[in-house]
Design a protein around this ligand. Sequence first.
Ligand SMILES: *[C@@H]1O[C@H](CO)[C@@H](O)[C@H](O)[C@H]1NC(C)=O
Ligand SMILES: *[C@@H]1O[C@H](CO)[C@@H](O)[C@H](O)[C@H]1NC(C)=O
Ligand SMILES: *[C@@H]1O[C@H](CO)[C@@H](O)[C@H](O)[C@H]1NC(C)=O
Ligand SMILES: *[C@@H]1O[C@H](CO)[C@@H](O)[C@H](O)[C@H]1NC(C)=O
Ligand SMILES: *[C@@H]1O[C@H](CO)[C@@H](O)[C@H](O)[C@H]1NC(C)=O
Ligand SMILES: *[C@@H]1O[C@H](CO)[C@@H](O)[C@H](O)[C@H]1NC(C)=O
Ligand SMILES: *[C@@H]1O[C@H](CO)[C@@H](O)[C@H](O)[C@H]1NC(C)=O
Length: 625
Amino acid sequence: MNPLIELRKCGNMWLCLGVLLLVGLSQAINPLPDPVFETFLNETNQQLAVIYDQAVLAQLLSELRGPNDLVALLEIEVTDEKLLKFVRILTTRKAKFKRLGLGDALQKRQLAKFPQLGYEALPSRDLDRVYALASKLSDNYKNVNLCAYRQPSNCSLKLIPDIQSIVQASRDLEEIEYYWFEWRNRTGLATRPQFVAFMDLYKKTAQLNGYPRAEDYWFRSLELEAKDSMALLDHIMHGLRPLFLQFHAHVRGSLRKMHGEHLVPRNRPYPQHLAEVFIGNAFRRVEAEWYMDLPSPLTGLLNITQEMHRQGLTTTQRIFWNVAEYFRGLGFPLLESSLWNFAQPVSFGDDDRCWHKAWRYYALPRMNFTYCPLKDEERFFNMFEAQSDVHFYRSASVQPTLFQEEPFPNFSDAIGKCFSLAASSPRYLQKLGLIREKKWKELPARLNRLYILGLRTIFLLPVFYVLDRYRVEVLSGHIAADDNEAYWRFTEYYTGARAPTKRTNEQFDVPAKLLMEVDDQYASHFLSIVLQFQLLKKFCIQSGQFERDNPRKPLDLCDLSDHREVGGVLKKAMSLGSSVHYREVLRELVGEPEISVDGLLTYFQPFHDWLQQENLKNGLEVGWI
Ligand SMILES: *[C@@H]1O[C@H](CO)[C@@H](O)[C@H](O)[C@H]1NC(C)=O
Ligand SMILES: *[C@@H]1O[C@H](CO)[C@@H](O)[C@H](O)[C@H]1NC(C)=O
Ligand SMILES: *[C@@H]1O[C@H](CO)[C@@H](O)[C@H](O)[C@H]1NC(C)=O
Ligand SMILES: *[C@@H]1O[C@H](CO)[C@@H](O)[C@H](O)[C@H]1NC(C)=O
Ligand SMILES: *[C@@H]1O[C@H](CO)[C@@H](O)[C@H](O)[C@H]1NC(C)=O
Ligand SMILES: *[C@@H]1O[C@H](CO)[C@@H](O)[C@H](O)[C@H]1NC(C)=O
Ligand SMILES: *[C@@H]1O[C@H](CO)[C@@H](O)[C@H](O)[C@H]1NC(C)=O
């Protein structure tokens, strides 16, 4: 903080005195910058930038050549090694400077933001074990083979895509149930000892990285202690609960209609295997006919793919420039033509999992862009996310390397998602000429849209919550690492789903749900999902596009295009990078110091009202025992 600025702002004498005292005090605590320390930080920032760039180039190569390209894989390994070597040296020197307590607050924060050793802090025997366990656990998902239903000798099916597509298409309940059990038999019990051993090594890792409580290490990227992180997650879950319970009741009602009361009894959690098939539809983006009890089946679901083509939005290049104009309208500089001229198409493998992507460098004065073929509307909305990243990277590049990351992982995803959400607003699509019928802006179509989006978000949050909650309870020693009954207590309470038959500690079902790495923390994904709605609400209020209790200006119709005031706030907040805690960034961004579920609730309010009426009308019970 510059004391001169503070003094100039000072009108009231008593306040001034206070400021002066504070300034004097903080200078006594924070000694003047030490030149040796400053040089060390400068050099660290420069050297890290160079190593990070090599890592980004290796990743980019892998993106362009495909995940099995050996040259790219080797490059990644080499740069990982380089980084590790550097971090080892840094860690020793960091400890020295930390002991001396040198530097001002920002410099101390840079020190705190040094990359950590993580597992590499373990003694070599443990290190080998931890990598072996992690890779066994994660390979298990990719490599485990399941036997086909009623074909005990046909045992080469993969969960994704084989089982997934069989189950999604199946009407045979026994078959669906069979795969639910088969998957858990093959992933759970088989990996139980590995899971338990892994969690122990994780605790040890936390200690060696300077976290006496392993659960605090779990949330280190949020820079909050475990009790504060959990309090935040609990608070959000609590706020979400009334909406979730209504939606759950509705879905349970649909499942009962499909499968009968004997399988989906009243006042009980619904069977997980049936609910997953149902909710999974929303992620597969199926046609309207697939959904049971869509709020307005006759209205159908909006799909702008064909209209995009009719309007000449037929190439990714056109989309790129249209979206670039959108961000210019928000007050960002127009992207330079070289970014597109040098952009590379990604054209191999699984077309469904291709995303447009911005690649930022830390030392190299440039950026790269990779893009996917224009398949359908998803690629259009995805462009908003990719270009939002471009602007984030550019804004944060004023910071030293150590502060250029986002305030927490997935934070900038929330900004991107906020804009793709705003771009999918029927008002904006109409402005673009991509929809012509008035009906898409009316309540029935809006409810349909909220229903699908709700399946994709509202049901996901409790699942993410349980996965983190379970592992945090394990790390803090409240439950054993393989306490399957505890896992089902959380699952039933928070997600309203139960196993097809009672599960005990004889089984172990946690690994079946951890489709990502076993140590992948879900809290930041969870918070990112919630944050996108909070940002949207803030920007829409700021631009006058949302007004509480004004039925003509609901949040789900908010169109942010051409509201330059949005860009100003955003640029300022993004340029903070991670130089301050995420709560400070939020203060800048939304004028509140914490993530709140309020935006999400406002967004879904019309749908919540509808659910309440429908559940009442159809005599559907809400909640479970
Ligand atoms: C460190 O970097 C800053 C910003 O680039 C610069 O102003 C300062 O002079 C540098 N200090 C040293 C000791 O190199
Ligand atoms: C194995 O089962 C799957 C799924 O039912 C089926 O698609 C496949 O054709 C079967 N393979 C053999 C060799 O029977
Ligand atoms: C799962 O394992 C149990 C006990 O080990 C066995 O009874 C059951 O048949 C298995 N189910 C499937 C679908 O493999
Ligand atoms: C939208 O329409 C396109 C082309 O008509 C189709 O390929 C795509 O699957 C549709 N998407 C959805 C979600 O219905
Ligand atoms: C990019 O390509 C366009 C059209 O081919 C050209 O007009 C423009 O000068 C190029 N820009 C750069 C920076 O190369
Ligand atoms: C990245 O961008 C630079 C120029 O900005 C260009 O020379 C290079 O070919 C690009 N590389 C890839 C892989 O897109
Ligand atoms: C969070 O980031 C990870 C890794 O980049 C990504 O796979 C995931 O989809 C993101 N989650 C959300 C909710 O944005």
